[in-house]
Design a binder for this molecule. Sequence first.
Ligand code: NAD
Length: 554
Amino acid sequence: MTKPISNLRNFTIGRGTELRCKGWRQEGMLRMLENTIANGEKPEELIIYGGSGKAARNWESYHAIVETLKALENDETMVIQSGKPVAVFRTHEDCSRVLCANTNLVGKWATWDHYRMLEAKGLMMYGQYTAGTWAYIGTQGILQGTYETFAACGKQMPEGDLRGRIVLTAGLGGMGGAQPLAVKMAGGVCIAVEVDRSRAERRVDTGYCDLICDDPAQAMALAREAAQNGRQLGIALIGNAAELLPRLRTMGLKPAIVTDQTSAHDPLNGYVPAGLALSEATTLREKDPGEYTRRSLDSMSAHIRAMLDFQRDGAIVFEYGNYLRGHARENGVANAFDIGGFVPMFIRPSFSRGRGPLRWICLSGDEADLRTTDATVQAEFSDDPLLRTWMDMAREKVAIQGLPARTCWLGMGERERLGALLNDLVRSGKVAAPLVISRDHLDTGSVAQPTRETEAMKDGTDAVADWPLLNALLNAACGADLVTIHQGAGSGMGGSISAGHLLVADGSEGAARRLAKCLHVDPGIGVIRHADAGYEDAIAARDAAGMRDPMQPA
Ligand code: NAD
C-alpha cells in the first residue's frame, strides 16, 4: 500500500487559476477533496469528522482518485465504491463527473459487526455525510444549523433569546465544536464537556470556544457570572460527559438547555467510556473491542439518565442527532426517548419549505472572492432579516479554514437564484476562479434518518428511504458534478440513508444549465417529500413553486 502523506503540514490544497485537470469540473472536485482532508479531525488517517467518517478508503485509493481526476476527460465519469475508485466510463459532457456510493449494506446486514469485518479487510469505509462527499469545510459547515437550533430554543424563553441562560452540552469534535460559538451567537453561555483536551484546544485556536477549564466548580462559577451579566461565553470543560453531567447537577447547575454532540453513534470508535483516561481508552479499544463497547453503552446510559434528570428539573433537553437515546434505550434506559430530537422540535418547518443548509466554496483560495460573494448574496436577499443577521455574524466571527467558504440556509427558488448569481460572478470575472456549491446531507429531501431528520414524520414514514435515493437520482439526472449515496452517518450502522452533491459554477453555459436544474430538483424533492407526508406549509411551497401533484387531476 502507498505510504500515507507523511507530514500533513506539507499537504496543500490546490488554489489559484491553474488547472491540474482537464476541466474545472474535475479540478473543483479535486480541490474539494483536498480541502476536506486538510480540514479533517485526523487527516493522517483520512478521518474527517463524526467518529470515523472518511474521505477516501485509504491512501492508496486517495492517490488513485487524484490521478484519475487529473486524467478524467470532459465526457467521462469516475465511479467510487466506499472510497475506492473502481471504474471510469465514457458518458457524456453534461453528465456527472463522479458518482459515489459509500457504506451501503443490505438492510439485514447493516450491523456494526458485519461492517467492521468488511472494513478490517479493506473492503469498505464509513462515509458520514460531507466527508465522503468531499464537501466538508470544517466546523463552520454546521455552525449556522447549530445557531438556528439554539436561536429556536431562545425563542422559547420569555426574553426571546438565550441571554442570561446556560447551555450544557458535550463533544467538541468536527461538528460539535460549533456549539459554543453558536450558543454565543444566540446570546447565551455554553459549557461543553470534552474528554480530549486537544479537541478543546483546537476549538479555542479557531475561535469557536473562549477558554478551557479542568475544574467543574470553576466552569460553573464562570458560566454563572457571565450569564448573570448577560455576557456571552464558551467554556470547554475537560472530562467525561457520563461522569460530569450527573456531577454538575449534584453541584447545583441549572442549565436552561441540555444536549450532546459526542460521537455516540459509534460506541467503539466514537464515544469514550467513563472511568478511563484517553490513552487507556485507546489501549482498551485495540485490546478488547467487546469490553470497550459494553463500557461505552453503560456510560451512554448514565449520560442519558443525567439528561433525563435535567429535563425533570425543567431544562429544555434534546438529542442532537447522535443516536445517544437509541443506544441508551437498547442498553436498558426504557424512557430514553422521553427526550425529543432536534429536527421535530426546531428544524422541520424549514425543511417543509425546502429551506436548508447551502454552502459555497471559493476555489481560488482568495478571501477577496468570499467578500465578493458575501456582498452579492446579501444584496440579492436583502429582504430576509434572518439571512442578513446570519451573514453579518458569520462575516465577523467565522474564521476561514482552508478554502474560503460560506454557509447560508436558503429555500426553494432561492437556491436557483443563488446558483445563477454565483455562476455570473465567475463568468464576468468578478471572482478569480470558479466556485463550488454544495450542502450538508442534513437537508430537506436528501436523508432518511428516523432518529434525526425524519423523526416523528406526520404520516409515520420516518424510515422510508426512497426519498434520498430519488434525490440522488434526480441530481445525477440533472448533471450534478458529483453525487453520493451514503448509509449509516450520525445514527450509526443501519441508521440512515442519505445523498450529497457537489456543483461546480465555472461560469459556463453548461454550468448555468446544470445549476438551475440541480438547485431546483434538490430542494424540490424535499418539499414534495414533506407535502406527501401532509405538512401544510410544504403543500403551499409545492404549489407556489409550480410543482404539480400527479395524483391530482391537472
Ligand atoms: P467527532 O468524532 O469529530 O467529535 C466527537 C467528540 O466527542 C470528540 O471530540 C470526542 O473526544 C468527544 N467525546 C467522545 N466521548 C465523549 C465523552 N464520553 N465525554 C466527553 N466527550 C466525548 O464528531 P462530530 O463530527 O463532532 O459529531 C458528533 C456527533 O454529532 C456525531 O454522532 C454526529 O453524527 C452528530 N452530528 C450531529 C449533527 C447535527 O447537526 N446535529 C451534525 C453532524 C454530526
